[in-house]
Design a protein around this ligand. Structure first.
Ligand SMILES: N[C@@H](CCC[C@H](N)C(=O)O)C(=O)O
Length: 315
């Protein structure tokens, strides 16, 4: 006698009927929702269903635009930054929350401008509240530029002593490789590979295994510095990324910053302050400079594109 398979009780997605815009930055794609008063329920399963590439619209992440005053994290930031009117509420494709998204924040600003709720005249900037603090966005020759704030080593003592702090294992790479962990508000582990052949090797369908296991997970960037490393005063590298909560993506803005931080650190004090990071979806610009707070800040620049509008019908 056979038993009937357990049936899943269908639940109605709280995002049913919600209008969305689809956009991307160097192929890192997002669903954007305008929810000024934080009325929507961004349940993880509903976000994951909308981001599913077969059963949903498909995206690497979902970004909700909320007025900062309507989220506790936003209200906290407004105290010191009353100008940060809009909060970028970022969710990964699996529905998990992330602190920051470098490609997403450019697309977020472009989206708010297209909705007519934000203006950004040439030569001006806008402050965006995120879980990784306030980010200042302005226009640039290649689209938008973001002051991502200061970078940090996640394990500074190890980085200083050995230039690496972890090992990373990925299918196709044979032995585990040394990694260096960098925070751009969200966590990254950067691994240098020997050449473009090796960079093409890992399938990256599975998450690379990082040891010691990062408590909140990590994004992993595999990088190959160009030869020569510097051309016309600009450092160059190629990168592939496996994003926490997503899988392999065509680009990662915070990842490009972390990759430039690590490569520059490994290259030594003579290495340049301007970098071009080639990702599968295009090129991102990274510039290191001293901020008004005296710390070394990272500026990220690249395009922001809106491609479609629609209505979520639920899953
Ligand atoms: N693609 C983003 C990063 C998105 C968040 C990341 N997956 C995480 O969980 O930290 C970028 O452009 O920075």
């Amino acid at each position: 006698m056979s038993t009937a398979p357990a049936r899943q009780v269908p639940t109605v997605s709280p995002l049913t009927g919600v209008p969305f815009t689809k956009g991307h930055g160097t192929g890192n794609d997002f669903l954007l929702l305008l929810d000024p008063e934080a009325a929507l329920d961004l349940r993880a399963d509903a976000v994951a269903a909308a981001c599913d590439r077969h059963l949903g619209v498909g995206a690497d992440g979902l970004i909700r635009a909320v007025r900062s005053e309507h989220l506790p994290e936003g209200r906290e930031l407004l105290a010191g930054h009353p100008e940060a009117e809009w909060f970028m509420d970022y969710r990964n494709a699996d529905g998990s929350v992330s602190e920051m998204c470098g490609n997403g924040v450019r697309v977020f600003v472009h989206y708010l401008i297209s909705r007519g709720v934000l203006a950004l005249a040439e030569g001006t900037s806008v402050s965006v509240a995120t879980r990784a603090g306030v980010k200042v966005v302005s226009r640039s020759a290649d689209g938008y530029s973001v002051d991502m704030g200061p970078w940090e080593f996640i394990h500074p003592e190890d980085a200083a002593a050995r230039a690496t702090d972890s090992t990373v294992e990925a299918a196709g790479l044979g032995v585990p490789r040394p990694g260096l962990s960098v925070s751009m508000g969200n966590p990254h582990t950067v691994v240098a590979l020997a050449g473009l052949d090796e960079l093409a090797a890992p399938p990256l369908a599975e998450a690379p295994v990082v040891m010691p296991v990062p408590p909140y997970g990590t994004n992993v960037e595999f990088v190959v510095p160009a030869e020569p490393l510097v051309e016309g005063g600009v450092g160059r590298l190629t990168m592939r990324v496996h994003e926490r909560g997503v899988g392999e993506t065509w680009s990662c803005g915070t990842g490009a910053c972390a990759a430039a931080v690590a490569t520059r650190y490994w290259a030594g004090p003579e290495s340049p302050s301007r970098w071009a990071v080639q990702v599968p979806g295009g090129v991102l610009g990274v510039v290191f400079r001293t901020g008004a707070d005296g710390r070394e800040h990272v500026d990220l620049s690249g395009p922001a594109v809106l491609v479609a509008e629609g209505t979520l019908l639920g899953a």
